[in-house]
Design a protein around this ligand. Structure first.
Ligand SMILES: Nc1ncnc2c1ncn2[C@@H]1O[C@H](COP(=O)(O)OP(=O)(O)OP(=O)(O)O)[C@@H](O)[C@H]1O
Length: 283
């Protein structure tokens, strides 16, 4: 490799690198979504069709396919609207931007109340589903439930999810440090899950986090197990400490270390004052 070769080709190398990173990032953003399969299907059909047309040189079909591709190009943003929204939201919620848009202490307080509520629900084996709105609005899901617009408290969560309460069926949505609605219906994940026993509450959490950047917390009615769903994936059977740590990681990752230690302290104190009466069970 001589100097002249490098001088001639360095632009190409950078271009290839940018394209590779770009394509990989698009693949990563789409990977966990339902649109991924449609996209792979479309690419396979297009590559196959183009290969065949090059081989046989059918003029009329080539003309039709070229025009159809243009129409498809216009349709793509419509077909992939949820995936595109999610991909953009992921860019928007990257750690760098989070760092710029710091959280305040209200979020620490809310998180502590949520942790306390979830642990209480788990110990009493009361099934619950919480969704935390982030960058993508959960307005469509809110409209399926009952608007509350209330300050969150563990007592409110217990009352809402208490069996036979009028609002216990469905999920509670939290946005801007408030409870916006309860008894909301979330989209149920259609993914083939290895574990066929996964019930509707857990599937609804995964469905919502597949389609939006929300984070869901599920308390199993059957076992009391606590799970967190993010990006369409489910972290199951988190013990009390693991759950608190994971929540802090997700929601407070952009905070200063001393702010975090304040919240950890709060967590320890409220754990000592916990009102639950049983141990967590695994699924
Ligand atoms: N689409 C949905 N959106 C929100 N909540 C839902 C949805 N579908 C079901 N649920 C809630 O899940 C409850 C049924 O849970 P199911 O027993 O099927 O789930 P599960 O994941 O096995 O949970 P558990 O471990 O608590 O039994 C319903 O009573 C309802 O409150």
């Amino acid at each position: 490799m001589d100097w002249e070769f490098i001088q001639k080709n360095w632009r190409n190398a950078i271009e290839i690198l940018i394209l590779t990173i770009g394509i990989y990032q698009i693949y990563r953003a789409f990977k966990a979504t339902r649109g991924a399969r449609i996209l792979v299907g479309l690419v396979v059909i297009l590559v196959g069709l183009t290969g065949l047309l090059q081989l046989f040189k059918f003029q009329v079909i080539t003309w039709i396919v070229t025009r159809a591709m243009l129409v498809l190009l216009v349709m793509l943003p419509v077909i992939f609207q949820p995936e595109i929204r999610m991909a953009l939201a992921r860019v928007g919620s990257s750690r760098w931007l989070d760092w710029l848009l710091r959280n305040d202490s209200r979020q620490i307080d809310l998180l502590e109340s949520v942790n306390e509520a979830v642990v209480m629900l788990s110990k009493k084996r009361i099934g619950a589903l919480f969704a935390f709105e982030r960058n993508i609005s959960l307005k469509p899901q809110q409209e399926t439930g009952v608007t509350l617009n209330a300050v969150f408290s563990p007592e409110l969560a217990m009352s809402v999810f208490f069996p036979k309460s009028p609002l216990h069926d469905g999920g509670m949505i939290l946005a801007d440090e408030r409870v916006t609605a309860a008894a909301c219906v979330f989209p149920v994940s259609q993914r083939e899950l290895a574990d066929r026993s996964t019930g509707l509450r857990h599937r609804a959490a995964m469905g919502l986090t597949e389609e939006t950047d929300a984070v869901c917390v599920v308390v199993s009615e059957e076992t009391g197990a606590i799970s967190i769903s993010k990006d369409g994936l489910m972290e199951r059977n988190l013990g009390e400490d693991a759950f608190r740590e994971r929540m802090a990681e997700i929601f407070l990752s952009n905070m200063d270390i001393d702010e975090k230690s304040v919240s950890e302290k709060l967590g320890t104190e409220s754990r000592r004052a916990g009102t639950g009466d049983g141990d967590l069970d695994a699924d």
